[in-house]
Design a protein around this ligand. Structure first.
Ligand code: DC
Length: 218
């Protein structure tokens, strides 16, 4: 087992940005578990599976071979051999990922992959259930959160920068709904592990959050 840093928290708290910075500093591998749930969601969407049909999800997910590689320090997700990195960042895929990730078979398959990766290297892993379920013995555990309005504003700015039209209230509403679903599902809901350190990034810069986590490692 390598050294592991687990970062959990709700959508838009800044987990991936922070996790990437910490990984770079420590020269660890960054593992984005949300991307795996997104790749699975893409597969289910392509196969026109209704998110309400849990039996079909359980059946179909076995045919999705999800693997991870690294190119120039960036994680690349493959779905049955196809690089799907550029296809999984849409709201549609994100919402399907939140819905299909309640499925026990989907979780089992992806958690196995995540645990295997953490065995072979020093990692910073982010997600919803890393400290509670995937790596309960992680060396450092962080629960990173921020006010929903602040998270919506960050997302709004990101989309606006990309030139995508969007509405702040609608984004916040989606964030609240996603939190609801992620926190209230039966299996591995999003919650702070007992031994995780709570960081509220609402009034912090990215650098401050990353430094706080680096200090926890020392
Ligand atoms: O972090 P993200 O937005 O890329 O994650 C997409 C969805 O995947 C999220 O709404 C819930 C699910 N997810 C999960 O259930 N467990 C994880 N460890 C990571 C993501």
């Amino acid at each position: 087992m390598g050294y592991s840093i687990a970062i959990d928290g709700p959508a838009g708290a800044g987990k991936s940005t922070i996790a990437k910075m910490v990984a770079k500093q420590k020269q660890f591998i960054y593992i984005d578990t949300g991307a795996m749930y997104r790749a699975m969601a893409l597969y289910l969407l392509r196969n026109k599976i209704d998110p309400k049909e849990q039996d079909k999800i359980s059946d179909k997910c076995k045919d999705a071979d999800i693997t991870i590689e690294y190119a120039n320090g960036e994680q690349v997700v493959f779905l049955n051999g196809e690089n799907v990195n550029a296809l999984i960042r849409t709201e549609e895929v994100g919402n399907m990922a939140s819905t299909s990730s309640v499925n026990a078979d989907v979780r089992k398959q992806l958690v196995e992959l995540q645990q295997k990766l953490a065995k072979s290297a020093d990692v910073v892993m982010d997600g919803r259930d890393i400290g509670t379920c995937v790596l309960p013995g992680a060396d450092v555990k962080v629960y990173l959160t921020a006010d929903s309005r602040v998270r919506a504003k960050r997302r709004f700015e990101e989309l606006t920068k990309k030139g995508e039209p969007c509405d702040l209230d609608k984004i916040e509403q989606d964030i609240i709904e996603r939190d609801e679903r992620d926190m209230n599902r039966e299996i591995s809901p999003l919650r702070q592990a007992e031994d995780a350190v709570l960081i509220d990034s609402s009034a912090m810069t990215i650098e401050e959050v990353a430094q706080t986590i680096l200090n926890l490692c020392d």
